[in-house]
Design a binder for this molecule. Structure first.
Ligand SMILES: *[C@@H]1O[C@H](CO)[C@@H](O)[C@H](O)[C@H]1NC(C)=O
Ligand SMILES: *[C@@H]1O[C@H](CO)[C@@H](O)[C@H](O)[C@H]1NC(C)=O
Ligand SMILES: *[C@@H]1O[C@H](CO)[C@@H](O)[C@H](O)[C@H]1NC(C)=O
Ligand SMILES: *[C@@H]1O[C@H](CO)[C@@H](O)[C@H](O)[C@H]1NC(C)=O
Length: 332
């Protein structure tokens, strides 16, 4: 009897140690996985994803030690008390150096003001000419359910004066005012940085989709706001001037796409009562979270569609450009 008891307990002991050993093995596997998936483990995802043709990363010589491409867990998103939500909409194409400065700078600036915001990089991936206005329309359509105001924001303009407020605008609020912008000083200028709430943006049907190439889309938007009897406010209490209110980081010598072809010049000088938010044609090819020096932005890769009958100037290659007034056509 004694013998069988001790046999039994020896058996139990063997089972117990087997269970303990396998539990330790499992634990080490789990721990190992957790450690690998943190920190450096993420970088592998970056390169794996890169091979799945992320256009954004392929456009540049990315300093991969500074950026991370990953899905950010919801828990890491900010939870602030400010009741309004701002979507910073940044039209974008091949400006990676500027984005590297823009993202961390803006996050710091907006955090200081306790704004509840997210930054969206609206990356145009089609081969048409740059269309800032349509990109903003698309960005708005993508985010409108979650935010009640937007900032239409150039990637190369950084606010330096902390009195420039990004709080909810009751009326469209033009931050890059003509007396403050380093470059543009005409009274009706509303480009650079403009805050507008969701209701007003919808009310004026967003921006015109006819502006392929550089310029004038903001002037047309000015007329939309005026026609809707909206008052545009501008910053108050700014003691800085044209050279120290913003930093203009227009990197290197970048040529602006000022070419005009077909009847572009004629059409884009008129108020557009047809196109806008409701009829912008596009495909969102993908959308990714990107972290730059700890600053989170969402990159939306947007393929714009062009109606070649309505706006043939979305592609001026293989066409004879109108040369009058397009000054800098040296060489080439
Ligand atoms: C704009 O300002 C004018 C004059 O101050 C005012 O009468 C009008 O109500 C304002 N418009 C809106 C939409 O607030
Ligand atoms: C910001 O506004 C305050 C209050 O009006 C003013 O005293 C201060 O000089 C302003 N600062 C700058 C840098 O403009
Ligand atoms: C994006 O999607 C459109 C429509 O499906 C497609 O024609 C285009 O080739 C895609 N763009 C890229 C860069 O893959
Ligand atoms: C393209 O634009 C033309 C002229 O404005 C219009 O008649 C036509 O319906 C448009 N096509 C599409 C597919 O939207």
């Amino acid at each position: 009897m004694n013998l069988s008891l001790s046999k039994n307990s020896r058996l139990t002991y063997t089972y117990l140690s087997m269970i303990i050993i396998s539990a330790m093995f499992l634990l080490s596997v789990v721990l190992n996985n957790i450690l690998l998936n943190n920190g450096k483990g993420r970088k592998m995802t970056l390169f794996e994803e890169k091979t799945h043709s992320i256009y954004f990363l392929e456009q540049c010589n990315c300093p991969s030690d500074r950026i991370k491409y990953e899905i950010i867990p919801k828990s890491r998103k900010r939870l602030l008390t400010y009741k309004h939500r701002l979507a910073v909409l940044v039209p974008y194409r091949e400006r990676f150096e500027e984005l590297l400065e823009f993202a961390p700078f803006m996050c710091k600036f907006l955090n200081n003001q306790k704004i509840n915001y997210d930054i969206y990089i609206l990356n145009q991936v089609d081969h048409y000419r740059f269309n800032r206005a349509s990109l903003i329309n698309v960005g708005f359509l993508q985010i409108q359910a979650d935010y009640d105001y937007i900032a239409m924001h150039d990637v190369d303009l950084l606010p330096l004066n902390s009195n420039l407020t990004y709080h909810y605008p009751e009326q469209p609020h033009h931050l890059a005012a003509p007396n403050l912008h380093p470059r543009y000083n005409y009274e009706k200028f509303i480009g650079g940085i403009l805050l507008i709430n969701r209701y007003h943006f919808q009310m004026v049907n967003g921006l015109s989709n006819r502006y392929w190439g550089w310029g004038l889309e903001d002037d047309e938007f000015y007329v939309r706001l005026k026609d809707a009897h909206l008052n545009i406010s501008r910053p108050q209490n700014i003691n800085t001037g044209r050279h120290d209110t913003f930093r203009h980081i227009h990197g290197r010598e970048r040529k602006r796409d000022t070419v005009k072809c077909d009847n572009q010049r004629e059409i884009t000088r008129k108020r557009d009562r047809q196109t806008g938010l409701h009829d912008v044609k596009y495909t969102v090819n993908s959308s990714k979270e990107l972290e730059i020096d700890g600053a989170l932005v969402t990159v939306i890769n947007i393929h714009l569609h062009c109606n070649h009958t309505a706006t043939p100037w979305c592609d001026c290659s293989n066409k004879k450009p109108e040369t009058e007034k397009t000054k800098k056509i040296k060489g080439k």
